[in-house]
Structures are given as C-alpha cells and as structure tokens.
Design a protein around this ligand. Sequence first.
Ligand code: NAP
Length: 306
Amino acid sequence: MRNVIILGSGCAGNTAAIYSSRASLKPLVVSGHEPGGQLSITTLVENFPGFPEGVDGPVLVEHMKKQAEHFGAEYVNGTVIAADLSKRPFRVNIDGQWEETRALIVATGASARWLGLESEQKLIGHGVSSCATCDGVVSRGKKIMVAGGGDSAMEEANFLTRFGDVTLVHRRDEFRASKIMLERARNNPKIEMLTSIVVEEILDVAQGFVTGVKLRNLKTGETSVRDVDGFFVAIGHVPNTKPFVGQLDLDPDGYIVSHGGARTNVTGVFHAGDVQDRVYRQAITASGAGCMAAIECERFLEAEGH
Ligand code: NAP
C-alpha cells in the first residue's frame, strides 16, 4: 500500500514528488508515456525563473527528477491504463499491474492533438510528426510544413528552419500565438506563412512516406498540392484523462474540473498541471500546481492519521 501515487513525470508530477518525498511520504511516480512531460521534447526554456541564460528543457526536468529521488521518491516506467476511485484505497492499473494507494495525484498532462486525417495517422513516423525537436533533424535540407497558429507552431517553425525551408499553414487569418513569437516567425526569411488554408490530405500513403500535402483555401475554395518532405502538426494538446472518465469531474474537452485548490471531486485525489490547466500551461505553473497538490495531499493524509 502506497501513501501516494503520482501519475506523470512532467513539471507537475516531479514537483509534487519533490514536495511529497520531503514530507517522507515516499511517493511512487509513474512516469507516463512521455517521461519528463513536454519539457523533455523541447529545447531552450527561457522563462523558467532562476536561469538567466535559459535552460535545456530535458535537463531541467531531469534535475527535478533527481531532486525528488534524492528525498526518496521512487520512479517506475509505465502508463496508467485504468483506475478505480470508487473507494479507498484507490487502485490504479499500471500497464496491467494493479497498485493500491491512500492518495493519488493526477499529473498526466496533455498530449499532442492531431488533425485527424487518415493519411496523417498512416504517415506518423514516416515524415509526419508532432515533435520538431524529436524529428526535425530527419528533415535536414528538405521542404518542411508546420500546421498551427499558436505559440507551439511558431516555435516549431523557427526551430525547423535549422533544417530546411518552412511553410507554416494556419486555418485562420488571425493567430493565437503571442506577439513576440509571431513576430519572430514573421521576421524569419526561411518561413513562409499560408493563412485561411486547411490541409485536406497528406501524400503519399501509397509510397509510405510524405511527398506533399493537398491544401484547400477556405476563402476561394481552391485546392492545390505542395511538395513537402516533412509535416509537423502543432495544433495544441488534449488532456490525458481517459482512465478517469466517469469517475473524476471532467469538462467537455476532458480537462479535470478543479474543486478548489488541487482538489478533484473525489476526496484524496488531487490534480496538478496541464491535465487541469487549459489556460496557463507553463512549466512554472505546472510546477506550482504540483507543489499545491503535494501540500494538500500531505494534509489529507495527516488528517486521516497516516
Ligand atoms: P494553442 O495556443 O491552443 O494553439 C493551437 C493552434 O492550432 C491554434 O492556432 C488553432 O487554430 C490550431 N488548431 C487547433 N485545432 C486545429 C485543427 N483541427 N486544424 C487546424 N488547426 C487547428 O496551442 P499551442 O500553440 O500548443 O500552445 C499551448 C500553450 O502553450 C499556449 O498557452 C502557449 O502560449 C504555450 N506555449 C508557449 C511557448 C513559449 O512561450 N515558448 C511555446 C509553446 C507553447 P485556431 O486559432 O483557429 O483555433
């Protein structure tokens, strides 16, 4: 029987692990399908306080993990596939193995959203990717396309100009991206921007790799084909809450609904990070949320006499 299981090892999960291990709760951290969370697939983080020169995302998150382990947190590789929160102790199924715990911190984050095209899904790993830092290098010297109009799309487009010429395609004329990120992309001579254009199909499934895209202009209805060798999807994220459907209160998009502080609708189950936060979604806010969840968890266990 565990005192607390922390699901997720991004900024939220790792910070919750640091706090709860320092409170001698010996947390078990389940690393999830993306160990280290979103920072593990980013490059330089320039807005995490304390690093005037910036810090590499994977380094920052690895340091957090080491800090938690130093105080007794235990990490296990795996993903939660089911949970029973109907009674205590709670039960969580980690890749087929049930574990019992007195308290639970859900810090499972959010995963990349896809366009949902059949051709896109078939070509993932064959020129289609949701992670420029992971797969950009294979596009070296090639024609690259990035879909999206938010900060992620701007960041990925800028990053990918290291490897080739980039076309950014966005479905509207207005951008969701912050002014600074948008300007950086607009001022980059290696980035071309196509707006009010949607991707209808990614070619060529028959050949088994990306050769181009079929586009449709939403204003004129005109369709066209462009040659590209790499296609990066950067259109936001969806929260990882599948195992909790019907047990935790979720909003229509699947984000956990907070019941104040880090509390969910189930006493003893706490939320932390992007799995609940659809507004700020920053490394520092996720860390702050992990801290809150750990403190509330500690108080809950203490009140229960553990
Ligand atoms: P986002 O802000 O939600 O933007 C998603 C973009 O994808 C929007 O432009 C959206 O278009 C488009 N989109 C969504 N679904 C689509 C679909 N089915 N087909 C075509 N386009 C679609 O997501 P994000 O860019 O990942 O950013 C998430 C958060 O992280 C934001 O708060 C952002 O500021 C932050 N972030 C910060 C940094 C940084 O500061 N370094 C870097 C990355 C992310 P519409 O605009 O038309 O809805």
